[in-house]
Design a protein around this ligand. Structure first.
Ligand SMILES: Cc1cc2nc3c(=O)[nH]c(=O)nc-3n(C[C@H](O)[C@H](O)[C@H](O)COP(=O)(O)OP(=O)(O)OC[C@H]3O[C@@H](n4cnc5c(N)ncnc54)[C@H](O)[C@@H]3O)c2cc1C
Length: 202
């Protein structure tokens, strides 16, 4: 028996799936039942396409069902690095795209009433003294280039967010946050199924 992880133990699937047998015809066959495939299936179904999703294992088996659950602006690389790679104007488009990703995720959750423990708010923190000016520069850079405002936290204001003496400073972003990734992925699958998308697992 494989052990359940926290997400599996705290999520409940409301979808019914079958194994693919025989011959079927669809306008689009999506391969992979993670957030990319399921979101694509929903958006295609909305446009009137007949869609199926083929998942080799179980819906949410991949990274979508067991990631950190954080939705945060930007990318794995900080924006100054992105600007160096693609230039100022392309970086701005990418920045906007990252904010749009959060908006689209929220719209999907709202529209399909996905119960995924949605929580607004995210704090970037400094744990070492030398990281405090770096964090300040990070905040200033986002304001300067993208007009994006983060709230500076120190002392009591920081303790109110994270009750630990470990952190020396922080910047709070109210437009980022956290969700339960498996509940979200299974919620997308349910929404897709309700829109007529056929889901095949295993
Ligand atoms: C440890 C970790 C932490 C992360 N934390 C975060 C985070 O906090 N926030 C965030 O935004 N992103 C995070 N990510 C990234 C995020 O999880 C991925 O970008 C996202 O889940 C990718 O979704 P996907 O649908 O493209 O892929 P997947 O979720 O991997 O889905 C692909 C699916 O395709 C199936 N499949 C593969 N091959 C086939 C085949 N031949 N036929 C049929 N099915 C197939 C797989 O079984 C799988 O279910 C994290 C990733 C990891 C690994």
């Amino acid at each position: 028996m494989t052990e359940e992880n926290y997400y599996q133990a705290s999520a409940c699937s409301e979808i019914s799936t079958t194994k693919l047998e025989g011959e079927h015809r669809y306008d689009v066959c999506v391969v992979g039942g993670g957030v990319t495939g399921l979101s694509s299936a929903i958006h295609l179904a909305e446009r009137g396409y007949q869609v199926c999703v083929l998942e080799a294992q179980k819906i949410g088996h991949g990274a979508s069902g067991r990631n950190g659950g954080q939705f945060i602006f930007g990318f794995g690389a900080e924006m100054p690095t992105v600007r160096k790679l693609v230039g100022e104007s392309e970086a701005k488009k990418l920045w906007e795209l990252s904010l749009e990703a959060i908006r689209v995720t929220y719209q999907l959750v709202e529209k399909h009433q996905i119960d995924c423990d949605w929580q607004w708010g995210h704090v970037h923190t400094a744990v070492k003294t030398r990281q405090i000016p770096e964090l300040s520069e990070f905040k200033d850079d986002l304001m300067r280039h993208y007009d994006y405002d983060l709230e500076w936290l120190e002392g009591i204001s920081l303790m109110e967010q994270v009750a630990s003496p470990r952190y020396l400073a922080g910047v709070k972003d109210q437009q980022s946050g956290h969700l339960h990734p498996l509940k979200y992925t299974l919620g997308l699958a349910k929404a897709a199924q309700e829109m007529g998308v056929d889901l095949f697992e295993e």
